[in-house]
Design a protein around this ligand. Structure first.
Ligand SMILES: NC(=O)c1ccc[n+]([C@@H]2O[C@H](COP(=O)([O-])OP(=O)(O)OC[C@H]3O[C@@H](n4cnc5c(N)ncnc54)[C@H](O)[C@@H]3O)[C@@H](O)[C@H]2O)c1
Length: 335
């Protein structure tokens, strides 16, 4: 039986990925500290579904706790490690940057040390499209320079990429870094726009539309995203280049890969899709751009396709309908 260690397994993406791996017959060891950055009841509900599978093991703890990951690596010897535990969110990183140092910098350091002692076949770590920061050339390519982060969140993720590269080089550890583009879908995070919009629409509250609606996001449906992750687990970086577009390091088994739909959607179209699925109109409160944010994101998915033969493509109408159906069911509203 193949064993995967998934950090942040009670989180939005970790939950979906763990479910997919379990359905394929993997043993999954999930680590999560169930912190209260958003409602821990949602994390507990996701974990309860995972625990229904006897091949799931849940470990409650913080990744930055010295020795925790080391002990788990030693005991479980996971073949694949997917590191999703992090303090996420652009806006919260202005308010509480220390949380990002703890979870993202120290947590990733402990993970790398554990992998150095007990090397898995492949380590896959979450980074973000936010690392492209001030880049304006679209779509974003992995080989583009990405040196101008606009938020401390993005800065910690860019640091994670550099930290992981050095371990990949020094200890011959195969590492893939994902740059995710705005992920949405059932069981989604309550701090993100799809939840904020949908809950306001059902409550009859106005929604806040930043940059006066002039935002575009490469929205990625979560089922597509975890399918891409799953396929990349078996695309272990070696020395072979997938093409001139490959971000493979010249000195280490390390690459970064965008996971996005490859099609930016205007925020106003995303809102219209929620209105249509909810059968209600939103009251729009138009506001300026928020600090740390970028007006648009757009993934080039050439490398993802070359490595996995796949790229996300769920259309926003379809994905949003699935999200709103889950929202009604989980929160018992809008029937
Ligand atoms: N959702 C997106 O649109 C998106 C976009 C880009 C990057 N990402 C990255 O993907 C990863 C997963 O994101 P998500 O949307 O599932 O977020 P999430 O917050 O739902 O999941 C993260 C999980 O990690 C846990 N966690 C946080 N700090 C921890 C710590 N110190 N120790 C142990 N567990 C901890 C949380 O309790 C949570 O369950 C994160 O690394 C995030 O930065 C997400």
């Amino acid at each position: 039986m193949r064993t995967a260690l998934v950090t942040g397994a009670a989180g939005f993406i970790g939950f979906h990925l763990s479910r997919l791996l379990l359905a394929e017959g993997w043993r999954v060891v999930g680590v999560d500290n169930h912190n209260d950055y958003y409602d821990p009841a949602l994390k507990a509900a996701r974990e309860a579904l995972l625990l229904a599978d006897p091949n799931y093991r849940a470990i409650r703890g913080a990744v930055e706790e010295p020795g925790l990951l080391m002990g788990i690596f030693a005991e479980e010897r996971p073949e694949a490690v997917v590191h999703l535990a992090a303090q996420a969110g652009v806006r919260y990183s202005i308010e509480n940057p220390r949380a990002y140092v703890q979870a993202n910098l120290l947590g990733t350091f402990e993970l790398l040390e554990a992998a150095r002692a007990h090397p898995p076949r492949h380590m896959l770590l979450a980074s973000t499209s936010s690392v492209y920061g001030a880049n304006t050339e679209m779509p974003y390519r992995e080989t583009d320079r990405a040196d101008s982060q606009m938020s401390f969140y993005a800065a910690t993720k860019k640091s994670n990429e550099a930290m992981a590269h050095s371990y990949a080089h020094l200890f011959a550890l195969p590492v893939t870094m994902f740059r995710f583009f705005t992920v949405y879908g059932p069981w989604g995070r309550p701090d993100m726009a799809p939840y904020l919009f949908t809950s306001a629409i059902f409550d009859g509250r106005p929604i806040k539309v930043f940059n006066h609606g002039g935002m575009r996001r490469d929205f990625t449906f979560v089922s597509d995203l975890v399918r891409a992750i799953r396929l990349l687990v078996d695309a272990v970086p070696g020395t072979e280049r997938a093409g001139e577009f490959d971000s493979l390091s010249p000195v280490a088994p390390f690459r970064v890969v965008n996971i996005g739909n490859g099609a930016p959607v205007p925020l106003l179209d995303f809102i219209a899709a929620i209105e249509s699925a909810a059968g209600r109109k939103a009251q729009r409160q138009m506001l300026p751009m928020q600090p740390g944010d970028v007006p648009a994101t757009w993934a080039d998915t050439t490398l993802l396709r070359a490595l996995s033969g796949y790229a996300p493509q769920t259309a926003v109408d379809e994905g949003v309908a699935a999200y709103v159906a889950w929202f009604r069911d989980y929160y018992g509203v809008g029937a």
